[in-house]
Design a protein around this ligand. Structure first.
Ligand SMILES: [Zn+2]
Length: 364
C-alpha cells in the first residue's frame, strides 16, 4: 500500500508565533507547554499572550525537557493529567517536539510543534525518536496521526545560530537520498509502513534541489541574522519537505548508520552533522559515480558540514565494527537498501568516506 501522511496544518511566516492562539482555536482549550529553558524564555511570553487572546488556558509549563526519554515523557504525562491539559505544545528543538508528540499521544490529546530552531525535521512527523538516559538511540515511537499544527516563525528560527540550520540541511539532505533507496527496493517500508507515493518522491527532489541551490545563500543570510526568501525556502525545505519525504518514502542506510554511530564513544557531532556524513557513506554503498558524490561533498564542505570522522568527534576506529553492527540491526532501516548491506560493508564504507573527505580537505 502507498501511504502518505502529513501534519494537518503547516503555518510559516514572520510573526507566526503571535498568531499561535488563533491556529489552535478549535483544537485544544488547555495547553501543556513543554520544552527546554532557553526556547521557553525566548518565546514563552509571546505564546502566553497569543493563547490568552484566543482564550486558550495554560494547564502547565515545563521548561526542563532536555532528553526524549521514557522517564521524561512519563513525568510530563502525569503533569498533563494532573492539570487537565487537552493539547500539548512542544516548543524548541527536536527533543522538545519529539517529547511533545509522545506526551500528547499518551494523553490522547492533539499536539502542536513550535520549533525555535531549524536543526532537525522532527516537527511534522508522526513519530518520536526515543533515547536512553545515556543518549543512545533506543527506538522510534510511531503514532497513528501527525501533529495537528506545525508553526514556523522564521524570525524566531533566525535568532538561533546559523549553524543550527546547516545541521538541519544535513539531515534534510538525507531525505531524498534515502527515499530513492526505498523506491528502488520493492519491499522497503516507509516510516508509515507503506510504499512511497509519487508525492513523497517529488517533495524529496524539490527539497534536495532547494538545499543545493539556495542552501549556501540561506546560510550566509542567517549568519547576518537576515530572513530572506532564500532563508524561508530553506526553512520550509527542512521543516516541511524533508519531513514529509522522509516519513512517507522511508529511511535507509544514512539514518541507520547514524543510529549505529550513536553507540560508540567519542561522537560529538549532532544529529544533522552525523547524518550528513552518513549520506556519503550510503552513496558509497550504493556504488554511485564518484563524480556525482564530489559536488555533494563540496556543498557540505562549503557549509562546514563534516566529511571526515575527525570532524565528528574523537572516534576510535576500533569501535567502528560495533557501530556497523548496530547500523545493520533488523529493527532499523538498513533493510530498505536495494541490496543487502552487511556490517563489513558499512565498516569499510565509513572509512572510505572518511578517507575521501580527508583527501577533499587536503585539496581544498
Ligand atoms: Zn534525521
Amino acid at each position: 500500500m502507498k501511504i502518505f501522511g502529513s501534519t494537518s496544518r503547516y503555518v510559516q511566516g514572520r510573526g507566526a508565533i503571535d498568531e499561535l492562539g488563533q491556529h489552535i482555536t478549535g483544537i485544544g482549550t488547555r495547553a501543556l507547554i513543554l520544552g527546554q529553558e532557553f526556547p521557553i524564555k525566548l518565546v514563552g511570553k509571546r505564546i502566553e499572550a497569543s493563547l490568552e487572546a484566543a482564550k486558550v488556558e495554560i494547564a502547565a509549563i515545563d521548561s526542563s525537557v532536555t532528553m526524549s526519554t521514557y522517564p521524561t515523557i512519563d513525568a510530563l504525562v502525569e503533569l498533563g493529567k494532573k492539570n487537565k491539559a487537552n493539547i500539548v505544545l512542544g516548543v524548541g528543538g527536536g527533543v522538545a517536539v519529539d517529547t511533545g508528540k509522545a506526551v500528547a499521544h499518551k494523553l490522547q490529546v492533539p499536539v502542536a510543534s513550535i520549533p525555535t530552531q531549524c536543526a532537525t525535521n522532527a516537527d511534522a512527523s508522526a513519530l518520536s525518536v526515543i533515547y536512553t538516559e545515556k543518549h543512545e538511540w533506543l527506538e522510534y515511537l510511531f503514532y497513528p496521526k501527525n501533529p495537528d499544527l506545525v508553526l514556523v516563525d522564521p524570525e524566531v528560527l533566525a535568532t538561533a545560530p546559523a549553524k543550527f540550520t546547516v545541521w538541519g540541511m544535513g539531515d534534510a539532505l538525507a531525505a531524498n537520498v534515502e527515499a530513492k533507496a526505498c523506491v528502488a527496493q520493492p519491499n522497503a517500508a516507509s516510516l508509515l509502513n507503506g510504499r512511497p507515493t509519487a508525492a513523497a518522491s517529488w517533495l524529496g527532489d524539490l527539497c534536495e534541489n532547494n538545499l543545493l541551490q539556495y542552501g549556501y545563500r540561506a546560510y550566509r543570510d542567517l549568519s547576518k541574522k537576515l530572513v530572506t526568501p532564500f532563508v524561508e525556502r530553506i526553512f520550509e525545505s527542512i521543516k516541511l519537505l524533508s519531513s514529509l519525504c522522509a516519513e512517507s518514502a522511508g529511511l535507509a542506510a544514512a539514518h541507520a548508520i547514524h543510529n549505529g554511530l550513536t553507540f560508540i564513544q567519542g561522537v560529538e557531532a549532532n544529529h544533522g552533522e552525523l547524518v550528513a556524513f552518513c549520506v556519503n557513506v550510503q552513496k558509497i554503498l550504493e556504488n554511485q559515480k564518484p563524480e556525482d558524490i564530489e559536488p555533494l561533498m563540496a556543498w557540505q564542505h562549503k557549509l562546514g558540514l563534516p566529511i571526515t570522522l575527525e570532524e565528528l568527534g574523537k572516534i576510535d576506529v576500533k569501535e567502528l565494527p560495533t557501530a556497523a553492527e548496530k547500523a545493520c540491526d533488523p529493527k532499523d532501516s538498513m533493510g530498505n537498501m536495494p541490496i543487502r548491506i552487511t556490517p563489513g560493508m558499512v565498516h569499510d564504507a565509513i572509512l572510505a568516506a572518511d578517507n575521501w573527505g580527508q583527501e577533499f580537505h587536503d585539496s581544498h
